[in-house]
Ligand binder design. Structure first.
Ligand code: S3P
Length: 431
């Protein structure tokens, strides 16, 4: 699907973005492991999380859509051997967290996914899980999917993460729920802490001491309802869209404002953004609130490398803002972007070039010369939802053609409709 978006003169309105992808994946998994029925309110229903719902059904949980929510009947800590391959689709979070979960289960399971997921590094989870005693095979000695797991008989480990990754941390913590002795994970830098918050929500064993997270074998636990906040990573596209489009004001409501996710707001403020946010409520341990963004004269900055793990999915959106800033923006510490749904560092550089923006790409950094984009550029998502949305946003003020626009549905199925509504209605300038 190719989409043409005419030049956007103004972006105005209020928006409630869909549920958080990370929290929805985890809510489905932990709801399936719980005993009894619970409701997952306002989950993300999109490509990635529907893959998770399907995988948990194959493992014995009952999951039904009730209106916009999920009703989950958990089967307890012992899942059932799946009758077929677990298809993780495009979802790295699903595959990595599920291998952790399956490491604790005494049966055989195979996980696979689409071409992008089968290229992504899995050694970062299979190595520590093997140390815990799980038997895991996979292509290139367990570095690539498909992965075959026969779990059970786990022992706890003390593990220092070689990369700052919430997915790896979470995979080990989930396995730790089935291990003898304590399991400890040490992070080199803080990453999103949704797993820890959900362990607390369900009363699962958890201790946090600075950068060290500890868990241990869990007793059966009761199902409990969970409300999913709006996804900050989805809101980020509209925040940047409002900043770079003239005569704009966008208010995003019900957005998750967990500080391990909002590094982008810090950087945008430093760039001079007319941006405010406020936490208005806490839902099951996750702060939730409102973000207000208005047209701004941005200036380039040098981004603090320590902020990158707190905005790892927002770098494409930041690049879109940098393209419109005055002066140069330098973004370091981007090696993890090479192994996302696409090689995002390369995809960002290519799309900036396609839009006429001067950019220099190093092995793990980007230097973006701002000043705006050329009119009517064509952008190329490289099968990556966040690249599709970020560069649609980048091209908004001048008009843009987005190839493969359907990829947005991996995390934000209503993105194009929401954008159209804020652009002032489909009546005149609709794509
Ligand atoms: C996620 C963690 C991040 C992020 C991904 C979701 C999670 O990945 O990029 O979209 O839900 O734990 P890494 O932990 O591998 O950086």
């Amino acid at each position: 699907m190719e989409l043409r978006i005419p030049p956007t003169r103004s972006l105005r309105g209020r928006l409630r973005v869909p549920g958080d992808k990370s929290v929805t994946h985890r809510g489905l998994m932990l709801g399936a492991l719980a005993q009894g029925e619970s409701t997952l309110y306002h989950p993300l229903k999109a490509g990635d999380t529907l893959s998770t719902a399907q995988a948990m059904r194959q493992l014995g949980a009952e999951i039904n859509e009730v209106g916009e929510h999920f009703r989950i009947r958990g089967i307890g800590l012992r899942l059932q051997e799946p009758p077929d391959v677990l298809d993780c689709g495009n979802a790295g979070t699903l595959m990595r967290l599920l291998v952790g979960l399956l490491a604790g289960q005494e049966f055989f399971a195979v996980l696979s996914g689409d071409a992008s997921l089968r290229r992504r590094p899995m050694g970062r989870v299979t190595a520590p899980l093997r140390q815990m005693g799980a038997r895991i095979e996979g292509r290139e000695n367990g570095r690539l999917a498909p992965l075959a797991v026969r779990g059970g008989g786990l022992r706890g480990i003390h593990y220092e993460l070689p990369v700052a990754s919430a997915q790896v941390k979470s995979a080990i913590l989930l396995a730790g729920l089935f291990a003898e002795e304590d399991t400890e994970v040490v992070e080199p830098a803080p990453t999103r802490d949704h797993t820890e918050r959900l362990f607390r929500h369900y009363g699962l064993p958890l201790e946090v001491e600075g950068g060290l997270v500890r868990t241990r074998r869990a007793d059966p636990f009761a199902a409990k309802d969970l409300t999913v906040p709006g996804d900050f990573s989805s809101a980020a596209f509209f925040v940047v869209a409002a900043l770079i489009t003239p005569d704009s004001e966008v208010i995003l409501e019900g957005v998750g404002l967990n500080p391990t996710r909002t590094g982008l707001l810090t950087v945008l403020k430093e760039m001079g953004a007319d941006l405010t946010w406020e936490v208005t409520e806490g839902k099951e341990g996750e702060p939730v609130g409102v973000i207000q963004a208005r047209s701004s004269a941005l200036k380039g900055v040098s981004v603090d490398p320590g902020l990158i793990p707190l905005m790892v999915d927002e770098v494409p959106a930041l690049a879109a803002a940098a393209a419109w800033a005055e002066g140069e923006t330098y973004i370091p510490n981007l090696s993890e972007l090479r192994v996302k749904e696409s090689d995002r560092l390369a995809a960002i550089a290519k799309n900036l070039e396609l839009l006429g923006v001067r950019v220099e790409a190093g092995p793990d950094w980007l230097r973006i010369r701002g000043g705006g984009v050329r009119s009517d550029g064509v952008v190329e998502p490289f099968h990556d939802h966040r690249i599709a949305m970020a560069f649609a946003v980048c091209g908004l003020p001048k008009g843009v053609v987005v190839r493969e626009a359907h990829w947005a549905s991996i995390s934000f199925p209503s993105f194009w409709d929401d954008l159209e509504r804020l652009r002032g209605g489909a009546s005149s300038d609709g794509p």
